[in-house]
Design a protein around this ligand. Structure first.
Ligand code: ADE
Length: 247
């Protein structure tokens, strides 16, 4: 996968992409991440990228021309010119694991990081093919949002996670929150690891984990449980707990 990022602050990306799993994916040529400084397409000798809003009001609006010309130039560099052009904005569809999986299917993604009071509406209408928000709060710009989206997408690409880091059981992949995890020591300050996990009985362990996943989702995220694929017996387990709600 090739990921192009159009930003006024390319240096912001150096920390997150230089460590851990994303770095390994880059080093293994599974993904290439290309940063483009929007300022390079700025207008005039001051390389202007923003301007006052028509109609008045506070703040600045990102101009149309630098973003259009930048995206066109990036596409002309080669690669898949039908790649999604994703604008990060608090007005976009709210990002989740399903969208991460959807984006992981593309060979190329182009991200536009908005700033200031927003971007000229014509970028939304005629350039962006998708708009993504990472949650109902306002960041200072789209950069952190792009990092979040890219991190979640890259770890979905085949070959990025080793088998010991498998994503199959983790929260949101199954539609449920993940079961509690423990590692050594078996006892810490009198706090014991649940007995079933050291029983060696794999069927019992699987059953316990599944129940814990369901109950944890019920307590913390009942909204997810409504959409989850539960058996009749599992639904009954939840119904019983609903009477004596636990924490
Ligand atoms: N830019 C500012 N806030 C944002 C958010 N919540 N998601 C995506 N981009 C943003």
């Amino acid at each position: 996968m090739r990921i192009d990022i159009l930003t006024l602050f390319p240096n912001m990306f150096s920390g997150p992409f230089d460590e851990s799993i994303v770095k390994r994916a880059i080093d293994n040529n599974i993904v290439s991440i290309v940063l483009h400084n929007l300022r390079d397409w700025g207008l005039g000798k001051h390389k202007m990228v923003d301007d006052y809003p028509f109609g008045g009001g506070s703040g600045m609006v990102m101009k149309t021309e630098p973003i259009f010309e930048a995206v066109e130039a990036i596409k002309a560099q080669g690669g898949d010119s039908s790649a999604p052009v994703i604008l990060l904005t608090p007005q976009g569809r709210v990002f989740n694991q399903k969208i991460a999986a959807e984006l992981a299917n593309f060979g190329r993604l182009i991200f536009i990081c908005g700033h200031y009071e927003g971007v000229d509406e014509r970028i939304r209408e005629h350039m962006a093919t998708d708009e993504i928000s990472i949650g109902d709060y306002v960041l200072t710009g789209g950069e952190l949002a792009a990092m979040v989206v890219i991190d979640a997408v890259v770890r979905q690409l085949p070959g990025v996670l080793g088998s010991e880091e498998s994503a199959s059981d983790e929260s949101h992949t199954t539609g449920l929150l993940e079961y509690p995890q423990y590692t050594r020591p078996q006892t810490y300050r009198n706090w014991e690891v649940p007995q079933v996990l050291i029983s060696g009985n794999h069927a019992q362990i699987a059953k316990w984990r599944r129940e814990q996943s369901i109950l944890r989702t019920f307590v913390r995220r009942p909204d997810l449980l409504e959409k989850a694929n539960l058996s009749a017996e599992e639904r009954k387990l939840v119904a019983n707990r609903a009477v004596t709600r636990f924490d």
